[in-house]
Design a protein around this ligand. Structure first.
Ligand code: HEC
Ligand code: HEC
Ligand code: HEC
Ligand code: HEC
Length: 227
């Protein structure tokens, strides 16, 4: 199971238990905590509305050209088929639990929680690292980090998140893949790896996106009116 779901939701088992209690007690599903989480994985198409904008720094473009977008497609490559044969998998890697947990978003998450279609070809998408987005993706919430965190935004600046997949259970894990600053080698180095997938909000925009976008729109409207 991807770490995003394991780490984030372990603490909610209690809530599910209470939810079931309510269902059994009243015969009602509506309003139970379980029902409240329906479709909380929304997919990258929803993030695009804002995070594909130039002013924002176009995180979607960075992700598209990075490794995670292609993680699912990789499972159909000759290299993957060779690994599957070597491991004696009973189904193709693109359908196997032995591979999908690290190469696809929301694998193993109950279907009721996932918007359809989430987009398999999107591989490891935003929400695997940033948390299921249904409740935080509104502009007003997103621009208030504390509130967004309460609504499910996860702190991605967390080595444990990466190591949930970047570990020796990966058939291609290479203990010498990364060179550390002191010259020694390691299978994963958080600082270097983070740099390789960097997709920052421009420093002069960070914390000011809504304000700057409003100003941009006002300027465009004024220009329109002058014509
Ligand atoms: C859900 C599993 C998963 C998580 C979590 C994850 N990755 Fe990955 N990552 C992958 C997979 C799978 C690939 C290989 C994709 C491919 O080549 O098809 C990959 C590839 C990479 C690569 C390119 C290969 C390499 O090691 O140089 C980098 C860099 C990387 N990830 C960085 C990160 C960082 C940084 C984090 C944490 C912030 C992270 N990843 C979290 C699954 C994950
Ligand atoms: C524990 C998580 C994990 C599992 C399980 C996993 N992978 Fe991966 N996979 C990764 C990560 C992370 C990478 C990036 C390189 C690395 O560190 O291994 C990767 C990279 C790859 C690559 C290399 C991509 C490239 O172009 O360099 C292939 C091929 C691959 N995986 C196939 C598979 C297959 C097939 C399975 C199932 C038998 C599988 N993986 C299971 C995490 C995983
Ligand atoms: C493999 C994990 C991973 C994936 C996938 C991923 N991110 Fe990130 N993201 C990170 C990390 C790590 C950071 C840097 C740490 C931080 O600022 O929280 C980050 C930072 C960000 C930031 C804040 C940048 C800043 O300057 O403060 C935004 C916005 C963002 N990501 C959006 C996205 C969107 C949108 C997607 C999907 C298109 C996405 N991310 C996919 C791990 C990921
Ligand atoms: C309606 C617009 C909108 C949508 C949709 C949206 N975001 Fe955001 N997001 C924002 C704004 C605005 C900010 C704050 C930008 C700033 O720094 O001023 C932000 C900030 C972020 C940050 C940085 C948080 C921080 O302070 O470190 C991350 C990560 C992020 N978004 C991820 C996502 C993901 C993942 C999705 C899709 C599930 C998504 N966003 C959908 C508007 C949006």
């Amino acid at each position: 199971m991807p770490p995003g779901s394991r780490v984030r939701h372990a603490g909610r088992l209690g809530a599910i238990g209470i939810g079931i209690g309510i269902v059994i007690g009243s015969g009602l599903l509506v309003g139970s905590p379980a029902a409240a989480r329906d479709r909380d994985w929304v997919g990258v198409e929803k993030c695009r509305t804002c995070h594909e904008k130039q002013l924002m720094g176009d995180q979607v473009a960075a992700w598209r050209s990075g490794p995670h977008r292609h993680a699912y497609a990789t499972l159909k490559s000759p290299a993957s088929l060779a690994i599957a044969a070597e491991q004696g998998l009973d189904r193709p890697p693109a359908e196997s639990d032995a591979c999908l947990g690290c190469h696809l978003s929301a694998h193993g998450v109950p279907p009721v929680r996932v918007a359809h279609p989430l987009g398999r070809e999107d591989g490891v998408q935003c929400e695997t690292c940033h948390g299921p987005g249904r409740d935080y993706r509104k502009k007003k919430i997103m621009s208030d980090r504390k509130l967004a965190t309460r609504k499910g935004l996860r702190d991605a600046d967390d080595e444990a998140l990466c190591i949930g997949c970047h570990n020796a259970s990966s058939p291609t894990f290479d203990p010498n893949r990364y060179q550390l600053p002191d010259g020694s080698r390691a299978g994963f180095d958080f600082a270097t790896a983070k740099e390789r997938i960097a997709h920052p909000i421009p420093a002069d925009v960070k914390g000011r996106f809504v304000e700057l976008e409003d100003a941009q729109e006002a300027a465009e409207e004024a220009a329109e009116a002058d014509r």
